[in-house]
Write a protein that binds this ligand. Structure first.
Ligand code: DGT
Ligand code: CA
Ligand code: CA
Length: 575
């Protein structure tokens, strides 16, 4: 049973949650949480590292004990430490921790006082008015809990793109090795690079008599077969992700790929366009009367409708068909267009690798410059830099640049934007830097007008270069803060500064719609990894996917510029 990083991360998270409920040593709990995050975001599979006999303690945050557990999970799919905790605590109790407003302390109280062990029991207790009398709860809290748990129970579960990729890639490899298979591709929202996917839609071209269907049903990660016929089947994987498989003939492959890539809105708009031309479009092809005039590849399908091929990331019915008709589709940015990365951390704050290790990793990724942008002092948890330590790092970067070849380090900072819009370091410290990235890391709860003013004021600082992760959201876990993004973008244009598209798998922020806005207003976007380790540069491809969804071309991307031009642009921002 192959174990993916997401499975390992889920096991470690559950251990941490259960230990939390047992009031175990906080350091132990934090070690599991860190390990879960690191493994969950790692750009390569831990399983492959184990198979190659690599030293797992090289991974940040992984010591001997956790390395042993990683090997155990990879080898057996299980972890005895978790089994032991399951024997001591109710099986579904960690679900309660995921209800907003409920921490370990409250969950323990609900469990001990009211015997609440599941979400359903929690909702019932709230409806019956039994929670309000518990110490520290009250009627208002009870109402909030009920609302939160109902929202939680009705929410459709979507999974992050990076996690979906782990499951998709090994399933594709498994299907591709079936007899008679000539092509396997994941369509749907996955191919459109949406930040989360609801399920996977896989398309296969297979010769008659191929074993691909049998192989799909027999996949050892499949937990349940929902339906199963000669050309279509659906299964649910053990991780809970549904997969729909379609086997199609070669002559219809392009039409099927187009149909199952969607989006539904794009499909409907295309079909309408076909009808206007007296044609019929469906998943088998483009037809004039009974004659199929296109279908083998997507180019032929779009071509038959008088359109150039449209990149999957654009297929959301947001003007792409009109743009295609008018010959105005953007030449979308590609990973290879990136010349550098403008946001990274090192061991000086909460990163896991040194300046030199980060520089070499960026170079290995094909980049020619890398900005080091540590946290500022306000972020004490991350060991943020004060003016003295920032100056020391600048000196270290100067020394290292003399010896580095083929990669240039730039001096930067990810400075906290304080509640009043001032920056967390004095201008004198910031003035020495090549770039100053401002970020909101606190008071996410400010009302829209104040949050917007706060950010506009920060951008007004003469040293300010770029706004990091502009909405602050964390995918599927923290809502964006309330901010008037159009005003922020317009201010950026007036001020001549830039916005970041943070490529971290849990952020992907700017959102696609904001990228479109920035492009419209003429504000350049930087696609940054926010790397905290040498492995993190691989995340840039996720940022590229999001940028493409936002219609960005290389010309719209700040770090697609070669270093001399970048330097000129950075210098211009300075007042
Ligand atoms: P997801 O799975 O929620 O992340 O989103 P999708 O876009 O992958 O949606 P899914 O899996 O329900 O269906 C895959 C594609 O199949 C979808 O993007 C377009 C196509 N499709 C599904 N249902 C319909 C429909 O009722 N009409 C049309 N025209 N296309 C559909
Ligand atoms: Ca889907
Ligand atoms: Ca589907």
């Amino acid at each position: 049973m192959p174990t993916h990083n997401a499975d390992i991360a889920a096991i470690f998270t559950e251990i941490a949650d259960l230990l939390d409920l047992q009031q175990a040593n906080p350091f132990r709990i934090r070690a599991y949480r860190n390990a879960a995050r690191i493994v969950g975001e790692l750009g390569r599979e831990v399983r492959a590292m184990v198979e190659r006999g690599e030293d797992l303690t090289d991974l940040p945050g992984i010591g001997d004990d956790l390395a042993r557990k990683l090997r155990e999970i990879v080898d057996t799919g299980k972890c005895r430490a978790l089994d032991k905790l399951h024997a001591e605590l109710p099986p579904a109790i960690t679900e309660l921790l995921h209800v907003p407003g409920l921490g370990p302390k409250r969950v323990r109280m609900l469990w001990h006082e009211l015997d609440v062990q599941t979400l359903e029991q929690l909702a019932r207790a709230a409806r019956d008015g039994r929670i309000r009398d518990l110490p520290g709860f009250g009627a208002k809290t009870e109402a909030n809990i009920l609302q939160a748990v109902e929202a939680h129970l009705s929410k459709v579960r979507r999974i992050k793109l990076i996690t979906a990729a782990q499951y998709a890639e090994s399933l594709v490899a498994w299907l591709a090795s079936a007899s008679g298979v000539s092509r396997v591709e994941v369509a749907g929202s996955y191919r459109r690079c949406r930040e989360t996917v609801g399920d996977l839609d896989i398309l296969v071209i297979a010769a008659a008599g191929s074993s691909v269907m049998a192989r799909f049903i027999a996949y050892d990660e499949a937990a349940e077969v929902l339906s199963h016929g000669p050309t279509r089947a659906s299964v649910v994987l053990k991780c809970g992700l549904q997969v729909d498989l379609r086997v199609v003939e070669k002559a219809a492959y392009g039409a099927a790929l187009c149909y199952f890539t969607g989006s539904k809105a794009h499909n409907i708009a295309l079909r309408r366009l076909a009808q206007e031309q007296g044609l019929k479009l469906n998943e088998y092809g483009v037809f004039r009367g009974r004659e199929r005039i296109a279908g083998a590849d997507e180019e032929s399908v779009y071509g038959a409708l008088g359109l150039p091929w449209i990149a999957p990331e654009l297929r959301e019915d947001r003007g792409e068909i009109a743009a295609a008709r008018a010959g105005r589709l953007p030449q979308l940015v590609q990973l290879a267009d990136l010349r550098g990365d403008l946001h990274a951390h090192t061991t000086a704050t909460d990163g896991h690798h040194t300046l030199e290790e980060m520089a070499l990793a960026a170079k290995a990724q094909g980049l020619s410059y890398l900005a080091i942008t540590e946290h500022s002092r306000r972020l004490a948890m991350a060991h943020g830099l004060d003016p003295r330590r920032l100056a020391e790092q600048c000196d270290a970067i100067d020394r290292l640049n003399e010896k580095l070849d083929g990669i240039m380090l730039l001096k930067g900072i990810e400075v906290d934007i304080l509640e009043d819009g001032s920056l967390d370091l004095p201008d004198a410290s910031l003035a020495r830097l090549d770039l100053v990235i401002g970020a909101v890391h606190s008071r996410f709860d400010l009302p829209r007008a104040r949050q917007t003013e706060r950010i506009l004021r920060a951008m007004d600082n003469p040293c300010f270069t770029m706004l990091a992760h502009p909405t602050g959201r964390v995918i599927e876990s923290r809502a964006p803060y309330d901010v008037d993004m159009l005003r922020v973008i317009r201010q950026a244009r007036q001020r001549g500064c830039f916005l970041e598209l943070n490529a971290h798998p849990e952020r992907l922020d700017l959102l696609d719609s904001h990228c479109m806005m920035a492009k419209e207003e003429g504000v350049l976007v930087a696609i940054n990894s926010d790397a905290h380790s040498a492995d993190d540069f691989v995340h840039l491809r996720l940022g590229i996917g999001q940028a493409r969804r936002g219609w960005l071309a290389a010309a719209d991307v700040l770090n697609a510029r070669p270093l001399p031009e970048l330097r000129r642009l950075l210098a211009q921002v300075r007042r």
